[in-house]
Design a protein around this ligand. Structure first.
Ligand SMILES: C[S@@+](CC[C@H](N)C(=O)[O-])C[C@H]1O[C@@H](n2cnc3c(N)ncnc32)[C@H](O)[C@@H]1O
Length: 315
């Protein structure tokens, strides 16, 4: 089994998570298990619950982490749903979310995440349910495609690309990643075809985010995971684009505010106590040496909070 993905900011994650022997760690985005393995090695008395929505990559993590025996339990599912349904079980002292997809998805999954491959255009992390990226590009309206490509990809040629896709699909169904990449290449002005980024990069990111409901899931998991986290526990999140980072920054900043009463409340009722301590007022980013070794780490931002207390019934 080949491990393709290097865990991002390993030392920074370990320092912020500060895992102790006896702790339960939930790795909400286990992937090939890079960060999980670091936790297991660093704190030899900790145990992990390892989540992933993708069964195929989870099989790789199972094999990699097998030497740690019953210190690791695997759960297949979407992180927002797993945390929302946590119930009264043991609560974690550490939650890690390392968002997005893994190098495995681009290089090995065969599901069309990369615009370079002649692969079926699927892009679902859980291919057993929901619409594939091919379903989306072949059936969504031009307005919907343009909106998604703009909002989830921040692609300035979103309208041109959406128009071209709708035009092309009158004559052929777009079935592969290569077909889609070629159509996008044709849609953008010639000057935009030879830049630092392939012109399909942002549209591919947008479709992946939309097909997997990534932004909605992130909004939901922040709240659900924070509730499940034990008081005193640490919540670390690694993001890879500004839309994700904005959501995490806002959520953590609100939790670290002393008073959370709205402007309509004349006198503080919440007791003016913050729910969390912000451990990273500015996000951590990968050092130059890491970026050189692991280029995907270039856009990573790591933020973390420590939970101070539970929400009261009346808050
Ligand atoms: C960036 S990779 C994690 C890499 C991992 N930390 C490592 O060191 O190997 C993100 C992983 O999270 C999974 N994932 C993404 N969104 C998810 C979600 N909403 N629920 C569960 N798993 C998710 C992906 O399938 C992928 O395997």
């Amino acid at each position: 089994m080949e491990i393709r993905h290097r865990p991002v900011m390993p030392e920074e994650v370990l320092a912020l998570a500060a895992v102790q022997n006896g702790d339960l760690v939930v790795d909400g985005t286990t992937g090939e298990g890079g960060h999980s393995e670091l936790f297991l090695e660093r704190a030899q008395g900790c145990h992990l619950v390892c989540l992933d929505a993708d069964l195929a990559i989870q099989a790789k993590a199972r094999a990699r982490l097998a030497p740690f025996g019953d210190r690791v339990k695997f759960v297949h599912g979407w992180f927002d749903e797993v945390f929302a349904g946590w119930g009264t079980g043991e609560r974690p002292q550490v939650v890690l979310l390392d968002l997005g997809i893994s190098v495995y998805h681009y290089e090995e999954s065969g599901r069309g995440f990369s615009f370079r491959g002649e692969e079926p255009l699927d892009m679902r992390l859980d291919p057993s349910a929901g619409e594939s990226a091919a379903d989306a590009v072949n059936s969504w309206s031009e307005e919907e495609l343009a909106r998604v490509i703009w909002t989830c990809g921040e692609e300035s040629f979103s309208r041109k690309i959406a128009r071209r896709l709708v035009e092309v699909r009158k004559g052929e169904r777009i079935e592969t990643a290569k077909q889609l990449a070629d159509r996008i290449w044709e849609a953008v002005p010639p000057a935009a075809r030879y830049g630092r980024l392939h012109p399909a990069t942002k549209t591919f990111q947008a479709l992946r985010i939309a097909v997997n409901g990534e932004l909605d899931r992130l909004e939901r998991v922040l709240d659900a995971a924070f509730r499940v986290l034990a008081p005193g526990g640490r919540f670390c999140v690694i993001t890879f684009h500004s839309l994700e980072d904005r959501a995490v920054k806002t959520f953590f900043r609100d939790k670290a505010k002393a008073c959370i009463c709205g402007p309509e409340i004349a006198r503080c009722r919440c007791g003016g106590k913050a729910m969390a301590e912000d451990l990273t007022r500015h996000p951590l980013t990968a050092q130059e040496a890491e970026v050189e070794l692991n280029p995907p780490s270039r856009s990573a931002k790591l933020r973390a909070v420590r939970k101070l207390r539970e929400r009261r019934e009346d808050e």
